[in-house]
Design a protein around this ligand. Structure first.
Ligand code: ADP
Length: 503
């Protein structure tokens, strides 16, 4: 058998290709960033054609770095930014519009009008596990059909296809207009607001209400099975795994047991708790979502706490304020002061996601005095990530009825030791980082490898997990609760900011 598995991680800021070996260790990495297109406040787009070109490029890069060729690959797995919607012409392969990214808030009026039909934000929640919000793919597809000239007629004629970027990537890698496979997996489908969580099929009633023809939608399959075979850069290699990025990280962290959880610190933060084959409805602002489904086995569900802005606030400090030259400089700047100097930064740039789901919120920087310096600001930025995570963890504990005893972490921000210590302090539970921090790509590799027998089962994957570092809580409880109370007060200052007429 070929010796390696390739994972393609089509992320929000870049696309990566990572070659893994049988021990789950990284052999080589290819990576390329793509443009963040920001046409106006609240709008975020990507060029799907650029993403496809980058995907092909990084696959070649990863193989070349390891001196491998496609004959050395047993299978390929795909993981992706979820909810980001692409609509394209099935005959030409041309997107009809840029990809509308998960953070984009332009669909607020669509979301409001659907809620006004009755039930408000909870209109579809019992079926799809999600509150009505601009975050999910369905309303974005509706926006494209309503706003791109000729799109609706073409869609109704069966000429257009929709996919999150997993589907777009798979379709292109398997031939595009010449036989491309139009498929998604259950985890990605569970982020559209269009899939029934029990039947794992598209819900025709919701699709009709959202004005989305069923003919556009990809076939829903499990997360680990044979979808198709690559052409071109991956000629002849089977593509056998798809997981949305957060579910992939959960899988890569070997959270296979009920009650295990991970938190990923990337552009945003996403905590997922495995609830097993039982679908748990949240009473505390979390999402119910599919965690994974391996071949013909039963689906495994998760509770998810999604936070829109964490690492991207560090980018904002770098790109919009120029206070730091690179993301890694924030730690030194934050260490130049003792504490936050009384400043709290609520980064409600896209409203607030879990546990509030307040689309009327906007960013707030409060507690400012003349004393506050850029060092304090750097602290407030890092602390915002930790405080938001505490809110999500409290909601998880309340929903599941069990208190989490430690938190497995991963993602680009977990190199920040100051943040990790503060996180342990604010949660009052240990925070644990694994040796392979690229858990998202690893999870996709695992899903692909299981489908072709490269790995024998979950026990083998569990054995690959190894601890790198652990941070234990060290803050006294009165100080912990004091700063957290201040944070909660700061959050209320971000509410009710967007005027109904302009959003
Ligand atoms: P994604 O997969 O969402 O694109 P990553 O997991 O690659 O994101 O993480 C990138 C994020 O991590 C960026 O938003 C960046 O600002 C943040 N980041 C990178 N290094 C650091 C650091 N040393 N301290 C804090 N944040 C960091």
């Amino acid at each position: 058998m070929a010796q390696h598995i390739l994972a393609i991680d089509q992320g929000t800021t870049s696309t990566r290709a990572i070659v893994f070996d049988h021990a789950g260790a990284i052999v080589s990495v290819g990576q390329k960033e793509h443009e963040q297109i920001l046409p106006r406040a609240g709008w975020v787009e990507h060029n799907p054609v650029e993403i496809t070109a980058n995907t092909r490029y990084v696959v070649g890069q990863a193989l070349a770095k390891a001196d491998l060729n496609i004959g050395d690959l047993a299978a390929v797995g795909i993981t992706n930014q979820r909810e980001t919607a692409v609509v394209w012409d099935r005959h030409t392969g041309e997107p009809v519009y840029n990809a509308i990214v998960w953070q984009d808030t332009r669909t607020q009026s669509i979301v409001d009008s659907l809620g006004a039909l009755g039930g408000g934000a909870d209109r579809y929640k019992a079926k799809v596990g999600l509150p009505l919000a601009t975050y999910f793919s369905g309303p974005k597809v509706r926006w494209i059909l309503d706003n791109v000239e000729g799109a609706r007629a073409k869609a109704e004629n069966g000429d257009l296809l929709f996919g999150n970027t997993d589907t777009w990537t798979l379709w292109n890698l398997t031939g595009g207009p010449n036989g491309g496979v139009h498929v998604t997996d259950v985890t990605n489908a569970s982020r559209t607001m269009l899939m029934d969580l029990d039947t794992l099929n598209w819900d025709a009633e919701i699709a009709a209400e959202m004005g989305i023809p069923l003919s556009m939608l990809p076939e829903i399959r499990s997360s680990s099975e044979h979808y198709g075979v690559g052409v071109g850069v991956l000629n002849g290699v089977p593509i056998t795994g798809i997981l949305g990025d957060q579910q992939a990280a959960t899988f890569g962290q070997a959270c296979f047991d009920v009650g295990t959880a991970k938190n990923t610190y990337g552009t945003g933060n996403f905590m997922l708790l495995n609830t097993g084959t039982e679908k748990v409805a949240s009473r505390n602002g979390l999402l119910t979502t599919v965690c994974y489904k391996i071949g013909s086995q039963d689906p495994v569900y998760a509770l998810e706490g999604s936070i829109a802005v964490t690492g991207s606030l560090v980018q904002w400090l770098r790109d919009n304020l120029g206070i730091i030259g690179s993301a890694s400089e924030i730690e030194g700047l934050a260490r130049s002061v003792e504490d936050n100097g009384g400043a709290y930064f609520v980064p409600a740039f896209s409203g607030l996601f879990a546990p509030y789901w307040r689309s009327d919120a906007r960013g707030a920087l409060v507690g400012l005095t003349r004393f506050v310096s850029k060092g304090h600001l750097a602290r407030a930025v890092l602390e915002a990530t930790a405080f938001q995570t505490r809110e999500v963890l409290d909601a998880m504990n309340a929903d599941s009825g069990v208190a989490l005893t430690e938190l497995k972490v991963d993602g680009g921000m977990v190199v920040n030791e100051l943040l990790m210590q503060f996180q342990a302090d604010i949660l009052d539970v240990p925070v644990v980082r694994p040796k392979v921090a690229e858990t998202t790509a690893l999870g996709a590799a695992y899903a692909a490898g299981l489908a072709v027998g490269y790995w024998g089962g979950e026990d083998e994957l569990r054995a690959n997990w190894a601890e790198d570092k652990r941070w234990t809580p060290a803050l006294d409880s009165s100080e912990r609760e004091r700063v957290y109370r201040n944070w909660r007060k700061a959050v209320t200052k971000s509410f009710d900011w967007v005027d109904d007429d302009v959003r």
